[in-house]
Ligand binder design. Structure first.
Ligand code: MG
Length: 387
């Protein structure tokens, strides 16, 4: 049976990897729709190869440019965030791959759930901001959310078919990022290039910066809590530099399941698309004799304070995770624009968290308001930080 897929964020790192998977299984998956924020060059190439019936461009100016040069008259073009949401109303969509990075994924995700479409979720920020809302809505609408994030995919696969109430711990693994072995003072002057040089994974820029600060793991703690309905005490972060174990689950009888594979995002993407089936692929295989050893370390919260801040937000919940996420997003953007030092990212997040009046059991409006407030506050803090 052919599965009809829409990729939101098809021109980013996960989107392009998803298309590689789809290219490898032309009889299983077809592309119904694609979308990009503004990267119309890559979108154009993707249209030529995959012949979607519709495409969305969030940036309206970029979308109009694409329209002017569109040789494919039959393809419907949707513009702006409204357009993206409109796109999701097509009744023929079997699954949406949500590969938009950052908080911009939240509204499309909620709309997709309302349209009762199953979701392969690569974005973690939406889950961090509004995890309870999303999971409740998914339950009410009987929508399956299958994670693509490699750790979450690992946990999902390990928990499959097990008794959830017999779960003792989740070991969330982290490669440790490019600065795992650096001393604190050495982190003072790291450049964007240093940050983007991840030893194990090739990722988009936002995710790469988050991996370097370990905020990525912090966001994943929250993602895990909501996605699997697990309390914070049961989630343990372990640094595992080889990035071959993508997470582990421990049950009450002392048995631990781990999910292993080479670090290649096409593997969790393929699983999210093909579930509950497994498909033969020709990706590289794990070679234990080359690997020889696995290493494990405790995360250092002093050198990587972002992880400690995420723990704090995960203890408090309410609107705190949304605030953590927003302050981090602004800090990462400003770092990538060379307006904030790498080492100041946690400082900004910390100050914003400390100033926030938390609200319990927030609704969507509360969350969006907290997100907005945290962004303004983060800009204010950054302006005040002199360096
Ligand atoms: Mg991950």
């Amino acid at each position: 049976m052919m599965k009809r897929i829409v990729i939101l964020g098809s021109t980013g790192s996960i989107g392009r990897n998803t298309l590689k998977v789809i290219r490898a299984f032309p009889k299983r998956f077809s592309i119904l729709g694609l979308s990009t924020n503004s990267n119309i060059q890559i979108l154009y190439q993707q249209i030529k190869e995959f012949h979607p019936e519709f495409v969305g461009v969030k940036d309206i100016n970029a979308g109009l440019k694409l329209k002017a040069n569109m040789p494919f008259r039959k393809i419907k073009l949707f513009l702006g965030e409204e357009g993206l949401i409109q796109m999701l109303k097509d009744k023929r969509i079997d699954q949406i791959v949500l590969a938009i990075s950052g908080s911009g994924a939240l509204l499309p995700l909620l709309k997709a759930i309302e349209s009762k479409i199953d979701i392969a979720l690569a974005n973690k920020e939406a889950m961090v901001m509004a995890g309870s809302l999303i999971m409740n809505k998914a339950k009410v609408n009987n929508v399956k959310i299958i994670p693509i994030d490699s750790e979450q995919s690992g946990i999902w696969q390990c928990l499959n078919g097990e008794e959830k109430d017999k779960l003792k711990n989740i070991y969330l693994t982290a490669s440790g990022g490019p600065f795992r072995l650096m001393r604190r003072f050495q982190l003072k002057d790291v450049s964007i290039q240093d940050v983007l040089r991840h030893p194990r994974w090739k990722m988009g820029k936002k995710n790469s910066v988050d991996s370097a600060t370990l905020m990525n793991k912090g966001l994943e703690i929250l993602e895990t809590m909501f996605l699997f309905d697990v309390p914070l005490e049961k989630i343990k972060v372990i640094i595992h530099p080889e990035a071959v174990i993508h997470s582990m689950v421990e049950f009450v009888d002392g048995v631990i399941f781990a999910q292993l594979s080479i670090p290649d995002m096409r593997i969790p993407i393929q699983h999210a698309l093909s579930y509950p089936q497994r498909l033969v692929n020709n990706l590289k295989r794990l070679d234990f004799f080359k690997l020889k050893t696995f290493n494990f370390e405790r995360p250092d919260l002093k050198r990587f304070p972002c992880l400690a801040l995420a723990y704090r937000a995960a203890q408090q919940l309410g609107t705190m995770p949304a605030v953590l996420n927003a302050a981090n997003e602004v800090s990462v953007e400003e770092f990538l624009k060379k307006r904030l030092k790498f080492i100041c990212i946690p400082e900004v997040v910390k100050r914003v968290l400390e100033k926030h009046a938390n609200k319990d059991s927030p609704d969507l409006e509360d969350i969006l308001e907290a997100d907005n407030w945290a962004r303004m506050e983060a800009y204010r803090v950054i302006r005040r930080l002199s360096y």
